[in-house]
Each structure stands twice: as C-alpha cells, then as structure tokens.
Design a protein around this ligand. Structure first.
Ligand SMILES: *[C@@H]1O[C@H](CO)[C@@H](O)[C@H](O)[C@H]1NC(C)=O
Ligand SMILES: *[C@@H]1O[C@H](CO)[C@@H](O)[C@H](O)[C@H]1NC(C)=O
Ligand SMILES: *[C@@H]1O[C@H](CO)[C@@H](O)[C@H](O)[C@H]1NC(C)=O
Ligand SMILES: *[C@@H]1O[C@H](CO)[C@@H](O)[C@H](O)[C@H]1NC(C)=O
Length: 400
C-alpha cells in the first residue's frame, strides 16, 4: 500500500487534532446553551430575607415594616433592594385550579398588593418555592409539576426574585427539576432573579450559571462562628465559577442576630463581601443596634462586593489559623482580608507574590473598617496584627 510510516504518523496526528477540535467546539456550544438570559445579577444581589431571624413567623405587616425600615435606615440607598419572603407564605393546599393561595391568616391582602407596596418604596419583592412536592417547612406546596403555573403567578404578582429550595423532591434528579423552573421563568417574559438553593450537593457551581443567577454552595448557615467560617471555606473552593450574572452563594447573613461577637460579624460580612456573595441581611432591620448598622452599612466594604469586575476572592495563603484572602478589583486595585481564626492575636503578612501584585509595587492601603488610609506605604508585603476571631480588610492601590 502507498502509506509510509511518516504518512501514518501525520494521519494519526491530524485525526487527534480533529478530535480535540471537535471537543473544543462541543464545550464551546455547551457553554453558550444557557437557559437563563434575564440580564440580572450583574453584581451580587443585595437585600433582606425573612428566614434567618423569623423562620415561619412571617406576615404582611412584617414585610411592609421591613421595606419601610430598609428605606428609613438608609440601607436601601446603600443597595439593599430585595425584600425576600422565605418559606411559609402560602396555604397548605393549592386552589381548585392548581394555583398557589397566599396564606389567609398572615397575608390577607395577597402578594400582589404587597409587591405594589414594596415597589412603591423603590424596592423589589422576592418569594420562595421549592423544586419538590412540598417546601422544607412542609407547610406549603412546592412547584414541582406546577412550574409554569407558579412562574406565571409570580410574574403576574410582580415578583422580582425567586429562591428555589430542594426539599421533598421525590428523589428526582435535579436536572429534571431546576431547568423546568428556569424555562418557566424565562417564558413569563418578566426578569426574575433566580436563586438556586440546591445546598451544594451536586457542585452547582459547575452548572448553575446556565440555570440561575446564584447557587447555594453549602447547606444552611446558623448564627455561630463555626457554621459561618465553614460555609466561607466550602464556598471558596468554587471561586473560579463566580462571575457577573452568576454567583456562588454561601447562604444569607446572620449579622445582627446575636450569636456571634461584633468582631466575628465583621469577619462574616468581610468574607461575604470579598467573596462576591449575595448580601442578604438576615436580622430584624426594624430593630438593629448601631453596631449592626455599622457592619451591614459599611459603604467601602459593600463597594468591594459590588465592584464591576465581579471576581471572587480566594484564600491565597494559610498558616495555621492565619489566612490571607485576596481578589482583584477594577482599576488595578486589590482587596484583601487578613483573618485570624485562632483565639490568640497574631501578626499576619500579605505578600505581593501571594495576592497577585507585581514585585516592587508600592501601594497605598485603605483600611475599610477604620475608614482611614494608612500613612505608611507598602512594598512587596504588608504585615498587620489581628486580634482573635477577627480580621482587617484593605483595598490596596498601586502608586507606581
Ligand atoms: C407579624 O410577625 C411578626 C414577626 O414574627 C410578629 O412580631 C407580629 O406579631 C406579627 N403580626 C401579626 C399581625 O401577626
Ligand atoms: C450550627 O452549625 C454548627 C457547625 O455547622 C454546628 O456544629 C451546630 O450544632 C449548629 N448549631 C445549631 C444550633 O444548629
Ligand atoms: C430589639 O432588639 C433587642 C436586642 O437588640 C431586643 O432585646 C428586643 O427585644 C428587640 N425588640 C423587639 C421589639 O424585637
Ligand atoms: C490571632 O489571635 C490570637 C488569639 O488572640 C493571637 O494570639 C494571635 O497573635 C492573633 N494573630 C494575629 C495574626 O494577630
């Protein structure tokens, strides 16, 4: 036959190339095949949610007063715009035509009227359902099998955000459940932020951006230091997957609920902010202490969260309980959190090598909690002492 060894080698090489090329093309079209195109979540969502403080003890008065308080405290102006109702807002049974019925004893005016009220304050209303037969409380139905009906209902009420939980799912695969709601929401024509609450079981960071605007990477948070830092860690693993339009979600804030010290809540808020997590307040904003307001109302920390680059910080160095978290911001700035997880104070060093600043660069450091720019300039590294269960957060700006 006419084939030389060299021909065969060339043929094998070409066929390998073509296969590789086919693979690239497949991956490429896959990433374009996104069901969700609602234009929302260009920066991480900010707002409030009823669950962490009130669990099922909610009603329309509480939701209205919360909307009022977001405005009167100035939180709305800082960007907290979503007022999100969590579980327990509906009657146990659907009506005879299969539609959700707002719970008569607690939401007697209905959700549409509530949405109108919240909108009149310049805010947005969020609601909750579940990719299963019942929600987690089991006090109301889930949306499985009723996706289009429920999405149409939400749209007709003027809902702006849907948190979609994962309880009582009958063992059906998530790909048989979550994409149905994505499609249903898209069909309504109303842009509704879609928050996937799959608890991180099946690595939602790997597929969430096609279906939702955010995806929970963890099970539920509680109001303790251990719970908070473990959620921060689990969420950090997926940093590469966060981007404008789709965010990792380590769960809602506990700041102000009383289970942590003030320093611990500052760590909570700093790590959530630098991780580009949704900033959903979980306390009673009608009755906050000055300390709570100073944390969730810190403009400079919020600005890191809302930076247009939308790049989630990573834990770039860890020595025992001492950690450096860092991520780039627009304008060649860098945000860092120096975190002391131990019960003893200690100095922590951020090396330019670790945090991605070119060697020899001189930077100015803005302390986001003290609200001051340090007089000292730093080159190649910066060392500061940090108290127990505490952090400091800086924005570094290159001077050269
Ligand atoms: C509404 O809920 C709040 C928070 O649980 C509660 O304090 C209040 O008494 C409730 N109001 C009504 C009218 O049920
Ligand atoms: C909170 O979470 C932590 C860590 O995940 C756990 O050890 C603790 O038991 C939880 N506390 C409550 C009250 O559920
Ligand atoms: C307001 O918050 C304080 C603690 O910060 C608490 O003791 C008090 O009971 C709260 N009041 C209401 C009406 O919830
Ligand atoms: C962290 O806190 C511990 C406990 O107070 C302390 O001994 C240690 O020096 C602190 N670390 C830093 C880096 O400040």
């Amino acid at each position: 036959m006419g084939f030389s060894l060299q021909d065969i080698v060339v043929l094998l090489f070409l066929s390998a190339l073509m296969k590789a090329d086919a693979r690239v093309t497949a991956v490429d079209s896959e990433s374009k095949r996104t069901l969700l195109a609602n234009g929302l979540g260009i920066t991480p969502p900010m707002g409030w949610n009823s669950w962490n403080h009130f669990s099922c003890f909610i009603n329309e008065t509480l939701i209205r007063e919360t909307a009022d308080a977001l405005v009167s405290t100035g939180l709305a102006e800082l960007g907290y715009q979503y007022v999100n109702i969590d579980d327990c807002w509906a009657e146990q049974n659907r009506d005879s035509e299969g539609y959700f019925v707002p719970k008569k004893s607690t939401f007697p005016s209905g959700i549409k009227a509530l949405a109108e009220y919240v909108h009149s304050k310049g805010l947005k209303l969020g609601i909750y359902s579940d990719a299963g037969y019942l929600t987690c409380s089991q006090k109301m139905p889930g949306s499985l099998g009723y996706e289009q009906k429920d999405a149409d209902t939400f749209a007709s009420w003027g809902i702006d955000y849907l948190k979609y939980d994962n309880c009582n799912n009958g063992g059906l695969k998530l790909m048989e459940r979550y994409p149905r709601m994505t499609r249903a929401l898209m069909r309504t024509g109303r842009p509704i932020f879609f928050s996937l609450c799959e608890w991180g079981d099946m690595h939602p960071a790997l597929w969430g951006a096609k279906l939702g605007n955010s995806w929970r990477t963890t099970s539920d948070i509680n109001d303790s230091w251990e719970s908070m830092v473990s959620r921060a860690d689990q969420n950090e693993v997926y940093a590469e997957y966060a981007r404008p339009g789709g965010w990792n979600d380590p769960d809602m804030l506990e700041v102000g609920n009383g289970g942590m010290t003030n320093d611990e809540y500052i760590v909570h808020f700093s790590i959530w902010a630098i991780s580009k997590a949704p900033l959903l307040i979980g306390c009673d904003v009608r009755n906050m202490t000055r300390e709570t307001m100073d944390i969730i109302g810190n403009k400079e920390v919020i600005a890191v969260n809302q930076d247009p680059l939308g790049i989630q910080a990573k834990k770039v160095r860890m020595e025992g309980d001492l950690e450096v978290w860092a991520g780039p911001l627009s304008g060649y700035k860098t945000a860092i959190v120096l975190l002391n997880r131990s019960l003893k104070p200690s100095p922590i060093t951020a090396n330019w090598d670790d945090i991605g600043i070119p060697p020899k660069t001189v930077v100015e450091a803005r302390d986001l909690w003290k609200h001051e720019t340090l007089k000292k300039k730093f080159m190649d590294k910066m060392t500061v002492s940090i108290g127990p269960h505490s952090c400091r957060m800086f924005v570094l700006t290159p001077l050269s």
